[in-house]
Design a protein around this ligand. Structure first.
Ligand code: SF4
Length: 147
């Protein structure tokens, strides 16, 4: 049972509890992690932990797959076009050094080379990564950028 007193972003649930709470099989959650659709909190022991917000994100991913007909590659492409450089206001010089800007192959948090402002940011806490949580249809977020 979910505990409402737990901070929604606190990583407190194990993989198996997350599976039970979200209704998504463990092997699917592992696949979403492998494909960079979700970033679990990593304990020092290397175990993954998840928060209530992560559970919402997992349900969002699952809905895109199950109801909206997207596949994992399609979801990666969708997340890859979120204009992180505009949200984080990267300089032109910074953009050119950042793979997240130059490539559309993966979400920015999955890029191997990032601009300087991203290097020391925890992607789990970044507004770009959290768009899915705050604007589940993504397009409503884009409308705030381009009215
Ligand atoms: S901090 Fe991470 S999630 Fe945020 S824009 Fe940079 S790479 Fe993307």
């Amino acid at each position: 049972m979910e505990n409402n007193s737990i901070e929604s972003t606190s990583p407190v649930y194990t993989l198996s509890t997350t599976s039970t709470l979200s209704g998504i099989p463990v092997h699917s959650i592992r696949q979403y992690i492998d494909k960079g659709l979700i970033i679990p909190f990593k304990k020092e022991s290397n175990r993954n932990l998840f928060s209530q917000v992560d559970i919402l994100r997992l349900r969002f991913i699952h809905k895109l797959l199950d109801e909206d007909g997207l596949n994992i590659a399609g979801i990666r492409t969708l997340l890859a076009v979120i204009p992180c450089w505009a949200i984080r206001q990267c300089s032109t010089v910074e953009r050119e050094t950042c793979l997240a800007y130059r490539s559309d192959a993966y979400p920015c948090w999955d890029a191997s080379e990032k601009g300087t402002i991203c290097k020391n940011t925890n992607c789990r806490e970044c507004d770009v990564y959290r768009i899915v949580e705050n604007y589940p249809d993504i397009k409503s977020f884009l409308k705030t950028l381009i009215p």
